[in-house]
Ligand binder design. Structure first.
Ligand code: ADP
Length: 328
């Protein structure tokens, strides 16, 4: 059976981008077709300025939302990264295989480091080494596939390079994984700035739809989305990023493709209205399940405890053999 691994960072509230780009597929498809692990990658939340209490709260909230999205602990493993020591243990070995040059070439590092410096802050070393920890997250489980949005493709490529290099130098230890992406909405854009991605760590703003926004707030954000000059509804992400983003979102909600949809609309207003309703409807069951789960926090705690125990058992033998292979 194929092994699948993917994760979500507790740096903010989960967004429509996280859901359409990753989480929905995990629940609807991946957990049914493979031996799948889904991880709240809390160590990754420490790479930028963070508040300890908030990270802990957001980790629990992310876990609750993953379960509300339909992840079923009888079918897959849901756990928190810091509960399983193997991730950090393996990360150090992979740091001894990676080079500083390849880390500095990572697009997310360059963007986030530039932002930190602009704010006058310093850049944590862990921001540079973050992709190595992500490689460890993936490789520790013998992962074959990593279902992610487009923003993570470069990191999965690096993971592949590190697996191949480790295997060549020290003997076959790791499966070489590949990224899988959704056909539509692999990169949901910010509604107010449709040239940048909708990110959960962005300031709480009108351009980001959060999974726990009230339906009326979602509607308002979508109705106020920045559209492009011109009136015709065409799917052209380069030339018309605003309207193309709405078409992608609506297509993802309706299980169709943005090109086909574009022919059905004569105005931006109608497109926004249908998109808003489709998003509200798509997320309605999730909101309801989330409410029920919040009433039973011990259930969520239990899922995470069992998940960590299972994950530890899966990761340990491979990480132990990596230690032996490298000479320890
Ligand atoms: P972020 O902190 O940027 O929201 P994470 O690193 O927690 O994202 O990502 C969790 C998953 O959601 C990843 O698979 C990522 O590729 C996906 N994802 C994040 N943002 C988007 C987006 N705007 N569009 C599509 N997928 C996204």
């Amino acid at each position: 059976m194929k092994r699948i691994f993917s994760g979500v960072k507790p740096t903010g509230h989960l967004t429509l981008g996280n859901y359409l780009g990753a989480v929905r597929r995990w629940a609807d498809v991946d957990q049914h077709r493979a031996d799948a692990l889904f991880c709240i990658v809390d160590l990754h939340a420490l790479t930028v300025d963070h508040d300890p209490g908030r990270v802990r709260r957001l980790s629990r909230q992310a876990a609750t939302l993953l379960l509300a999205s339909g992840l079923d602990p009888r079918l897959c493993t849901v756990f928190v990264q810091s509960h399983v020591d193997e991730h950090a243990r393996l990360s150090y070995l992979l740091e001894c295989v990676a080079t500083d040059g390849e880390m500095r070439r990572m697009i997310q590092y360059k963007e986030k480091a530039a932002r930190e410096r602009e704010r006058g802050g310093s850049v944590r070393l862990s921001l540079l080494t973050y992709p190595v920890l992500m490689a460890a997250d993936i490789l520790a489980y013998g992962t074959d596939e990593v279902p992610v949005g487009d923003d993570q493709t470069q990191h999965v490529e690096l993971t592949r390079d590190l697996a191949v290099r480790f295997n060549q130098r020290y003997g076959h230890t790791f499966a070489v994984p590949r990224a899988t992406r959704p056909e539509v909405a692999a990169r949901v854009m910010n509604l107010q700035e449709p040239t940048s991605k909708m990110g959960k760590s962005d300031d709480v703003g009108p351009g980001v739809v959060y999974l726990l926004d009230e339906p009326d707030v979602m509607r308002k954000k979508i109705m106020r989305a920045v559209t492009d000059s011109g009136q015709d509804v065409v799917h052209d992400p380069e030339g018309r990023p605003g309207v193309s983003n709405l078409l992608e979102i609506l297509a993802a909600c309706e299980g169709t493709d943005p090109e086909t949809l574009s022919g059905a609309y004569q105005s931006y207003g109608a497109l926004k209205k249908d998109t808003a309703e489709a998003v509200v409807e798509l997320l309605r069951p999730l909101r309801e399940r989330h409410k029920q789960l919040c009433a039973d926090p011990s259930y969520v705690e239990g899922v995470l405890r069992d998940g960590a125990a299972k994950a530890r058992e899966m990761a340990r033998p491979r990480v132990d053999s990596a230690y032996r292979a490298i000479g320890l």
